[in-house]
Design a protein around this ligand. Structure first.
Ligand code: ATP
Length: 202
């Protein structure tokens, strides 16, 4: 597993940014990252842990250090999938435009893609500094079972991912944990084990 700050011999040219609460990370997230890497021929996918989503103001996530630890366990041993903690370090509400600017500064000339779940598309016009955002990034829309394939609202551009669509969500997983149900195969074994050992989400 690399982090954003590790030195690389060849800087990535096509970078996928995958923001989320990852509360907790699950196979749906990992398969999305894999599909984006392959279908969009990305060199790297950064998992960007959100401190506080502007669209989930009432939801108190697990502390960032815990979510980050689970994310690192999920991506251990991978070299093209990177954990990015910049939104956690900035704290407060996480705005995508700020994160995108740091990538543009750090990787001049790289093409930036932003992965967005089909369930978030309708909120896109409300995202902060939408016009600049639309100039800086191309969206990769992630299909979600049960969500209609609506086109990207103007002025945003991008394309839809084919997937591997998987009907699993963090909220469903949190509910399973509270109900004492099994977590196996919904996430990497190390993540399920850490959740059990540390009695997270109970
Ligand atoms: P919650 O259920 O708490 O809302 P979530 O599982 O949707 O969480 P997030 O961490 O908020 O997870 O999601 C990060 C991104 O991953 C979002 O864009 C979301 O749409 C997408 N995503 C999450 N689960 C899946 C899945 N099973 N298939 C495809 N995309 C997913």
């Amino acid at each position: 597993m690399k982090t954003l700050d590790d030195s690389q011999t060849t800087p990535p040219r096509r970078i996928g940014l995958f923001g989320g609460s990852f509360d907790p990370v699950h196979l749906g997230h990992l398969l999305v990252a894999r599909a984006a890497l392959e279908e969009m021929r990305l060199d790297q996918v950064s998992f960007i842990l959100a401190a506080q989503s502007p669209f989930k103001p009432l939801q108190a996530p697990l502390p960032a250090e815990e979510r980050m630890r689970l994310l690192r366990l999920a991506l251990a041993g991978q070299s093209t999938f990177v954990v990015d903690d910049q939104e956690i370090l900035r704290g407060g509400v996480s705005y995508t435009i700020e994160t995108v600017r740091t990538y543009a500064d750090r990787f001049p000339g790289a093409q930036l893609f932003y992965l967005i779940g089909a369930d978030h598309l309708r909120f896109l016009p409300q995202w902060r500094e939408a016009e600049e955002l639309s100039r800086r990034i191309e969206f990769i829309v992630i299909p979600r079972p049960g969500e209609a394939l609506i086109p990207l609202p103007a002025p945003f551009q991008g394309r839809h991912l084919r997937g591997f669509p998987l009907s699993v969500s963090s909220s469903e997983i949190r509910a399973r944990i509270r109900a004492g149900r099994e977590l196996d195969w919904l996430m990497p074994a190390a993540v399920a084990e850490a959740i059990r050992n540390n009695r997270l989400y109970l």
